[in-house]
Design a protein around this ligand. Structure first.
Ligand SMILES: Nc1ncnc2c1ncn2[C@@H]1O[C@H](COP(=O)(O)OP(=O)(O)OP(=O)(O)O)[C@@H](O)[C@H]1O
Ligand SMILES: [Mg+2]
Length: 240
């Protein structure tokens, strides 16, 4: 196999499960150029916490706030991903690990495309979050623990899942019949039992702020004409 010059792939190149008949094809667009185009350095905000802690609620509000600020982001949400990509996975320890591995690989690809990812997954196992950090890259991984107490989450119970779990209708439910391993040293910790949604969103945007750049003002003269920008592209040169 032709080895990828990117050191982060060394491990998978040694992985015996990776076919010997595949080669890595590098992009011709540099990460720095994507950063210039999108005016942002990509990152993954990894929201972890109990069911009902507010991961989905906050993730979509962060996405909305970033959009309003002119930044490109996308939410990878636990329930949504299980509708498609991970529809074959259940909630056993092994399936949860595979769930997180696939999400982390997906987040990594989105980050490589230049997007900011907000990942909303209970991700109860410390080792799985360590794996996600390794796959995505520690410099892009912002582990964010939404640490509302179990009692608060259970009282909210927005999907009625705690009730079902207490009745024994759901097996291996985090916080009730399956463990949640609290992050030891997350980049961000927000008590969503006390913090409002708005304040939680602001805390996350503040953590992302060093990666967000403002658009340079476009000088009127550089356009030369008031025609729409798309019409000014020289198709002969841009097709090269
Ligand atoms: N301060 C708060 N922060 C976040 N959510 C709050 C807050 N106060 C009340 N809520 C409510 O708590 C619920 C949180 O549910 P949400 O679906 O976002 O949780 P989740 O962490 O994504 O759960 P799951 O892991 O089951 O997907 C929502 O109904 C939300 O409106
Ligand atoms: Mg959710």
């Amino acid at each position: 196999m032709i080895r990828n010059p990117d050191a982060r792939f060394d491990e998978s190149c040694h992985d015996s499960t990776v076919s010997q008949n595949i080669a890595w094809h590098g992009s011709k667009v540099a990460a720095a150029d994507r950063t210039r185009l999108l005016r942002q350095e990509p990152a993954t905000v990894w929201l972890t916490g109990l069911s009902g802690a507010g991961k989905s609620t906050i993730a979509f509000e962060v996405e909305k706030r970033l959009f309003a600020l002119g930044h490109a982001s996308y939410v990878l949400d636990g329930d949504n991903v299980r509708h498609g990509l991970n529809r074959d996975l259940g909630f056993s320890h092994g399936d949860r690990t595979e769930n997180i591995r696939r999400i982390a690989e997906l987040a990594r690809l989105f980050n490589e495309a230049g997007l900011i990812v907000i990942a909303a997954f209970i991700s109860p196992y410390r080792q799985d979050r360590v794996m996600a950090r390794e796959i995505i890259g520690p410099e892009r991984f912002i582990e964010t623990h939404l640490c509302a107490e179990l009692e608060v989450c259970e009282q909210r119970d927005p999907k009625g899942l705690y009730k079902k779990a207490r009745q024994g209708a759901i097996a291996e439910f985090t916080g009730v019949t399956a463990p949640y391993e609290v992050p030891e040293d997350p980049e961000l910790k927000i008590d969503t039992g006390r913090s409002t949604v708005e304040d939680s969103v602001s805390a996350i945007i503040k953590a992302l702020a060093p990666r967000l750049f403002q658009a340079e003002p476009i000088a009127a003269r550089s356009c030369g004409t008031e025609r729409p920008y798309s019409r000014q592209i020289d198709l002969k040169t841009s097709a090269a």
